[in-house]
Design a protein around this ligand. Structure first.
Ligand code: GAF
Length: 385
């Protein structure tokens, strides 16, 4: 009864992208590039606040088959649609193109591409599930264009281009965590990313007796209604009110009580306390982690996101509650929120039981049936063939 999303081999996904390339453009691509989706273990809604985050890459990836073409036009096709589209490089601008095309064209724009390319996309990252399908697409395109055009661009430059594509062309004011993990992930590791200067450290994610269950609630996450931007603006306003450059390092209760209204106080309390929780989680992961302590941090993160930051949803709350009731060490929403996905830290022998309990709780509450994903920490964007 519990639905698992199968992991598709990279070579099979690459074959799908090549096949789509042939039907759209009637020719062979020059290569195929792959980039992963992600979950964030802890550190939510703090990347744009100069905080610390701890994401890892999933074995669900986006493949792009690509080829250079004559003329300054970019064309793209996807297995998600029968149509393909094209745009002159000079016409790429905020909102043009829109939809998923903005993530492809935005990267070409941000890298200053002057010659054209054809691109076909095939992905196993669920879209709208808060698992970073847009960054996976941007990063796969970025490594493809770097190789096709022999661009002198290191991974940091590519990350910045992907962030600009998302912020300026797609119009989503996201913070950079997702592009960073898609470009820097190492198998078996989470990435401790310091969003003040974007320095990072690989943290081995060895959980001998436990695993991370990823729960896609199948309630599409809704970052488009302006709520995400409002949260980001509230952090910027709090910094201005407090006369600080960043909320990083502030004592959560002291910073909250310095705010003049309760909503701003709650927002500040979330950001400052979440950064402390990431520090504590990273510390726990230095040695074989105390799973109860790690789980407690995850659940505290969820409560903070639900009550203080108000970015959770009934589907996420149901998944977290049912996981905990079924014996998970801890659980929390992951990603931007307002729908999307949650994670639960579970004893390996309890994974199926927790998944069943989450599914039953959703059914009893009349919520969409969740899907479960495998959370093997995976590698970064790369050329597949
Ligand atoms: C989304 C954004 F893209 C990230 O930058 C981050 O802010 C996240 O939401 C919340 O932690 O995934």
């Amino acid at each position: 009864m519990t639905a698992w999303l199968p992991v598709i081999e990279e070579s099979e996904l690459a074959d799908g992208a090549v096949e789509r390339f042939r039907t759209a453009f009637g020719d062979e691509p020059d290569g195929v590039w792959i980039a992963p989706g992600r979950v964030n273990l802890i550190g939510e809604h703090v990347d744009y606040a100069g905080g610390l985050v701890l994401p890892f890459a999933l074995p669900y990836v986006t493949a792009v088959a690509a080829r250079r073409r004559d003329g300054a036009v970019l064309r793209a096709a996807s297995t998600g649609s029968d149509e393909h589209w094209g745009i002159a490089l000079s016409a790429i601008a905020p909102g043009s193109p829109d939809g998923w095309g903005a993530y492809v064209a935005g990267v070409a724009w941000a890298l200053g591409l002057t010659e054209g390319a054809d691109i076909a996309v095939h992905s196993s990252v669920p879209v709208g599930s808060g698992l970073s399908s847009s960054a996976a697409l941007e990063c796969a395109v970025a490594v493809a264009l770097r190789d096709l055009f022999d661009l002198d661009a290191d991974r940091r430059t590519l990350i910045d281009a992907c962030i600009r594509a998302e912020n300026e062309i797609a119009g989503a004011s996201t913070g950079g965590m997702d592009q960073s993990i898609a470009m820097l992930a190492e198998p078996g590791h989470a990435l401790l990313l310091d969003c003040l200067d974007f320095s990072s450290r690989q943290i081995p994610l060895g959980l001998p007796d436990a695993e991370i269950l990823v729960i896609d609630t199948n309630a599409p996450h809704r970052l488009v209604d302006g709520q995400y931007g409002q949260r980001r603006a509230s952090v910027e306003k709090a910094c201005a009110d407090l006369g600080v450059r960043t909320l990083r390092g502030l004592d959560p209760e002291a910073a909250a009580s310095a705010m003049t209204d309760p909503v701003s106080a709650a927002r500040v309390r979330h950001v400052t306390s979440e950064i402390v929780r990431v520090e504590q989680a990273a510390e726990l992961l230095h040695s074989t982690p105390d799973l109860t302590a790690l789980g407690t941090l995850l659940t505290a993160s969820h409560r903070s996101l639900r009550d203080d930051y108000e970015v959770s949803s009934p589907e996420l709350d149901s998944a977290v509650r049912a996981s905990l009731d079924a014996g998970a060490f801890g659980a929390r929403m992951t990603g931007g929120g307002f729908g999307g996905s949650a994670i639960a830290l579970v004893d390996r022998t309890r994974t199926e039981a927790v998944a069943d309990a989450v599914t039953e709780a959703a059914s009893a509450a009349g919520l969409p049936t969740p899907t479960f994903l495998t959370a093997t920490p995976s590698g970064a964007a790369h050329r597949q063939r």
